[in-house]
Design a protein around this ligand. Sequence first.
Ligand code: C5P
Length: 438
Amino acid sequence: MQGVIKEAILKIEEISMHKPLRIISHFDTDGITSAAIFSRALQRWEKPFTLEIVKNINKEYLDALPEDHLLIFLDLASGSLNYLANKKTEVIILDHHEIVQDIPKNVTMINPQLQKTENCSSAAICYLFARELSEKNKDLANLAILGMVGDQMEKNLNKTYDNIMKDADTIIRKGLLLYPATRPLDKVLEYSSSLYIPDVTGSFKGVVELLREAGIEKTQKGYKSLVELSEEEMSNLTTAILIRRKTKTETSEIIGNIYLTKFFNNLEDARELSAMINACSRMGVSESALGFCLGNKAAKKDAEKTYLKYRQAISAALKSVSDIEKINGKNYTIINAKDRIKDTIIGTVASIISFSPLYPKGTIIIAMAYDNDKIKVSARLTGKEGRNVREILSQAVIPVSGEVGGHPNAAGAIIPIAKEQEFIQELQNKLDLDLIKI
Ligand code: C5P
């Protein structure tokens, strides 16, 4: 990948003499951290630029982009190459998503899928770019760690990440995947949405009982944090949680690496910061997240406030899910929230429901929320195996002229609101048919 990174640097050097730079990045954690790394690197390189953070791109958006700029896409655009081929300007893409079209002549693509190098998230690619520019950019490595956990790439660590972690002085601890691992356990357990524990999540009494059972006592300073536990305490707590989850949860599902990295001079849990950045975008204030990543203290305060509001919004959305009338089929549930849940958080709500023991493994959850004249659809498979939700969703989305993508266990789509009923009908037909197949 180093070769193409060098090529992109030369291109920027040359084109920036006569054209302004326009950066467009995605609004999730990987996109925001990519934008922070890339823009700080350009700033140090003394290259002026404009930056825009977007939820998604489509033909209309790309058609409207000015052709008197050098266009640089971060964490997106690998799937939009045919549209970019029509642009009468040079384009540089730093991305890790799937490439399904030919690379047009005007596009320089830095993507591990193309260069056939180790897989990594866009923030890592931006970091390698920044590092190639200057040794000084080593201080941006911790942002690449946030991008990594934001895109859940930490389960398949490789040499690229080993090197980035060294640069970032990241500390890795093995433990329960509850975050933040750096805050007192009672609060973390009570408000955890990443790991649902029956009779504990949302119940202070349940939390105290669980901790007592695991032999973790409250001291004068309060409860310990996860990273302060001894090996024995961690093991006892894991067992107590597994017993409460009853379903056949594998230890490996709830245990993993905890990444501790420095921000604003404190050692922080990368998962927590990643969740906060993601929350800012979902609540419509990506600029706070970006400011936080760039070390702005006021932005940090705003981001923390927004994160709190986001958790309240998720909790309200989960409550409203129980009141929404659902379409329940055999092994599937369609939750049409209409305008009761924000389109930007419906995916998170669908994920939380799919991780909870509310539905048997193998159930497909489809959640829908209005977004002006469109509907955002998020599909999740509980238990992660056996059925392909992207395929099923595609079969219902394509006939109604929507856009769809994702993975076998988590997929998303956008459809026109005018096709709401037609889509639901189509989806039910496909879901019923899918069940016959298995
Ligand atoms: O949007 P949502 O969270 O439901 O998406 C689930 C997964 O599908 C994510 O990994 C997202 O990146 C992917 N996706 C995609 N193309 C779309 C919509 C979602 O690749 N058009």
